[in-house]
Ligand binder design. Structure first.
Ligand SMILES: Nc1nc2c(c(=O)[nH]1)N[C@H]1C(S)=C(S)[C@@H](COP(=O)(O)OP(=O)(O)OC[C@H]3O[C@@H](n4cnc5c(=O)[nH]c(N)nc54)[C@H](O)[C@@H]3O)O[C@H]1N2
Ligand SMILES: Nc1nc2c(c(=O)[nH]1)N[C@H]1C(S)=C(S)[C@@H](COP(=O)(O)OP(=O)(O)OC[C@H]3O[C@@H](n4cnc5c(=O)[nH]c(N)nc54)[C@H](O)[C@@H]3O)O[C@H]1N2
Ligand SMILES: [Mo]
Length: 762
């Protein structure tokens, strides 16, 4: 039997703390996954569903974007994949009765955890201007309301179309087509908060904003550097790939302010040895200070340059540009500056250098620990310099590996979800569909919030996601959202963005990955692209959560017909009936998708071309791979302050909270914790177990406060602290973003701890 959602809220956030663990997965992960799944889905559905995850004839796991290997285990799932599936395949339902019982003001006072636990949305719901409750609304009326509000705008640019990264290629392609036919490039997406910095850095340096390695490359590498990533929680299947790499002789350097259990030891549940002993993954752990990575790679580059024969001169001569300027900058790197920036010991960096020089094939993997800093783009460009120096791009066992987050965030970009589309893409759209797409750049996430705040954007439409909780500056963002005329969310589950609304609001419930999608021409499949540029089909097998649900492609097609009317010559009706007709168009517009329908039908799918990886061609402005020479930066830390990173616990998927435990870090039953090094805590006079406010301080003199966090003495790097997102988003101003990519700098927030006086009531 599936259990009931928690009845009471606010949930008791009362963290209990024990020692952090030193290994990940193993039996506890499986039992935990099964327990969560059965609570949500019951026993039978659990078995039926989990066996389908990531099988060639099954659905793509809605968890992360890590690729599937060619040989699949019967249970190609991980604990957190299972939790993501359970969250979607749950038997709990949010029906019109639920909305009748809960006024919006009541829902706005609940935690995100409680909202998510209520279950799947079953009916389109409408909140009229001035109304207290959402009421059910027929689909056609819902589209009519959107059409009314769009028609009332002075320009299409007063509307914003957000996308979260679970949307299929087919839905994403239709969605961007609709926005552009309407006349706007306002297509912000979760990537703006995620790997935008990787995209910016890679496009400039190697000519394509995607990673250059396949799974097979990891198995051939001599050295894998995992920087700013916690795969044990966020990409658990990556641990099996790292284990296999190690068994083939690879060394692993982990660069992280936190000792993360998964990178310490992996207990592979698929093998007896794994269950018992496990494999130690990390050979060298560099416990870096937050934001010290650019300095670290810069010094490594200098040391490589100074080592006789270490540079791949042939590669540098034949394929790169900007070497002279870069070497000049690198030679200026010094030990003292680097040790201060990184908090590392000289011997540790020397040991890293030995591993680097001993490796003929090196891969660098990274995620949010590198992308969410003010100097994220130059940091990633320094990683590229590092790989170029020894010719580590465009050959087997080597390359750049930005590990993506959402399961189709990379594919959505390939389909044109981007506020700054390439002219060639727009040309292809124009030719195929016979309209003139807008050419001016649109709004990214942060700029969209400003436009809402300033009354310049009035209609906000979201294809998935949880915009107000995922974005920074929570209070400012919520106030901005409330200024909209209309907010619309295409969603599977209830979240905070549904209850912080514009004057009018709509919730449009949609099918999830796990569900059958039947249209007029028969049962449909969709496609997704993983982190390594593999495109494959995804087919749901479960009956939809409610007969009222429409698929995402159907929602966009109907919306487009209603809003664009006779002005559009696009065959929206055909698209809805048969997704193969969408893929035919994608094949003609997006390079690499030739013969899409035939290739998508192949088991396992196909790989997109990647010029640097495939032929060492670099489609950059210079026609070569670009070395760059940005000045080294790292966050300054005033006396008595800490540098806070905002990160994920083991029991969450971004803003979706599965539970209140962070098992590997030894935290249970609560999320309002701040991890601080014991020596720093002592110097600041805060005991383990004390309750403190986190106060962030900004150069304009403003402060932001997140109250009531339990201090946990924890072995993080000195001067650094860590706390979970989204609770800490209140601390980060809208303007605190990465240069060039404009990604919120969620991993470097200067804070002070302020223990409220006992006698002040809270
Ligand atoms: N179960 C689960 N899976 C997920 C997600 C989820 O929430 N839950 N989210 C998905 C998404 S959208 C994404 S983008 C990915 C996120 O995957 P991750 O990037 O692994 O996620 P974070 O929790 O933000 O962890 C950041 C890691 O970088 C380290 N770090 C922070 N700052 C620095 C730094 O300055 N330098 C270095 N070297 N390290 C640093 C942190 O200590 C932490 O280990 O995961 C995806 N998969
Ligand atoms: N402080 C701080 N802020 C961060 C980050 C951080 O590390 N620190 N990380 C950032 C990152 S990397 C990201 S990617 C963003 C995430 O930002 P988002 O992608 O906007 O947020 P999610 O929490 O992943 O969205 C969850 C919601 O998506 C909906 N959903 C789930 N599946 C489907 C589906 O199949 N279709 C549709 N239509 N809807 C679905 C559900 O209603 C669910 O409530 O947050 C960013 N914000
Ligand atoms: Mo992400």
């Amino acid at each position: 039997m599936a259990g009931k959602p928690p009845a009471s809220d606010p949930v008791q956030d009362a963290p209990r703390v024990s020692e952090p663990q030193h290994s990940a997965v193993g039996l506890p992960a499986i039992t935990h996954a099964l327990r969560v799944s059965q609570q949500q889905m019951g026993v039978k559905r659990t078995a039926l569903t989990l066996l389908r995850v990531n099988q060639k004839d099954g659905f793509d796991c809605p968890g992360c974007a890590w690729p599937e290997g060619d040989k699949r285990h019967t249970a190609e799932f991980c604990e957190n994949g299972a939790k993501a599936v359970a969250e979607e395949a749950t038997l709990r339902r949010v029906t019109p009765d639920f909305f009748a019982a809960h006024p919006v003001a009541d829902l706005a006072s609940r935690s995100g955890y409680w909202l998510g636990q209520q279950g799947r949305l079953t009916h389109p719901m409408y909140l009229a201007e001035g109304a207290d409750h959402y009421v059910p609304v027929p689909w056609e009326r819902a589209f009519g309301i959107i059409a009314e509000e769009i028609a009332a705008l002075d320009s299409a640019d007063e509307s914003v179309f957000y996308t979260s990264g679970r949307t299929s290629n087919e839905a994403a392609f239709l969605y961007q087509l609709f926005a552009r036919e309407l006349g706007t490039n306002n297509l912000p997406d979760c990537s703006n908060m995620c790997h935008e910095s990787s995209g910016s850095a890679l496009t400039e340096t190697i000519g394509i904003g995607k990673g250059s390695v396949h799974l097979e490359d990891l198995y051939k590498a001599d050295l894998i550097i995992v920087a700013g990533q916690n795969p044990g929680t966020n990409h658990p299947r990556m641990l099996s790939a790292l284990e296999k790499a190690k068994n083939n002789g690879a060394k692993i350097i982990t660069v992280n302010p936190l000792p993360e259990a998964g990178m310490e030891r992996f207990k592979n549940p698929q093998t007896p040895h794994g269950m018992l002993k496990g494999t130690a993954l990390t050979d060298l752990f560099l416990q870096i200070r937050l934001g010290g990575d650019q300095a670290l790679f810069r010094l490594l580059n200098k040391l490589v340059l100074e080592t006789e024969g270490a540079v791949d001169e042939e590669f540098v001569r034949a394929h790169t540009h900007g070497y002279e300027e870069f070497t000049e900058a690198a030679r200026a790197a010094d030990w003292d500056g680097t040790l201060a920036a990184t908090g590392l010991e000289r011997e540790e960096i020397e040991e890293a250098l030995r591993l680097v020089l001993a490796s003929k094939r090196t891969i660098v993997c990274w995620a949010m620990g590198l992308t969410q800093h003010k100097h994220a783009v130059p940091t990633i460009k320094e990683v590229v310099n590092f790989l170029l120096l020894r010719g580590n791009i465009g050959r087997p066992g080597a390359g750049v590996c930005p590990v993506r987050g959402h399961s189709n965030v990379q594919g959505d970009r390939t389909m044109g979800i981007f506020e700054r589309p390439a002219p060639a893409f727009l040309d292809a759209l124009e030719k195929e569909f016979g309209f003139a797409p807008p050419r001016e750049h649109g709004l990214d996430v942060v700029r969209a919030i400003r436009a809402l705040r300033d009354g310049q954007a009035k209609v906000f439409f979201a294809m998935g996601g949880n915009f107000v909780s995922a974005t920074p500056d929570t209070h400012a963002t919520e106030a901005a959202m409330r200024r909209a005329r209309l907010t619309v969310h295409v969603s599977t589950k209830l979240n905070r963005s549904h209850v912080i609304t514009g004057a009018r609001a709509l919730i449009l419930p949609t099918l999830g990955r796990t569900e059958r999608d039947r249209q007029e021409s028969g049962e449909q499949f969709v496609t997704v692209e993983d982190s390594m540029g593999m495109v494959h089909a995804s087919r749901g097998r479960l009956e939809p959560a409610s007969p009222q649900l429409l698929s995402e492609p159907a929602i966009v097609a109907r919306l487009a017909r209603r809003v664009l009317g006779a002005a559009s010559r696009t065959p929206w009706e055909e698209f809805e009936k048969d997704y193969a007709t969408i893929r035919d168009r994608i094949a003609r517009v997006v390079p690499g998708f030739e013969d899409f329908n035939a290739r998508a039908a192949r088991p396992g799918g196909f790989t997109l071309p990647h010029a640097p990886r495939d032929d060492r061609r670099f489609p950059t402005a210079t026609g070569r791979a670009n070395f760059t020479a940005a000045p080294v930066e790292y966050p300054a830390l005033p006396e008595g302050r800490l540098l806070l990173q905002t990160l994920r616990s083991h029991d969450q998927y971004n803003t979706t909270i599965y539970g209140l435990d962070d098992r590997y870090r030894g935290i249970r039953n609560g999320r309002r914790v701040v991890l601080v090094h014991p020596d720093d805590a002592r110097a600041l006079g805060v005991a383990d177990g004390a309750y403190t406010d986190l106060v962030s301080e900004w150069t304009d003199g403003s402060e932001r406060r997140a109250p009531g966090f339990r201090v946990v003495h924890y072995p993080t790097a000195r001067g650094c602290a860590a706390a979970y997102y989204p609770e800490t988003n209140v601390l980060i101003p809208l303007d605190h973003t990465a240069d060039t990519s404009n990604t919120p700098a969620s991993k470097s927030v200067v804070i002070r701890l302020e223990i409220p006086r006992q006698d002040t009531p809270r």
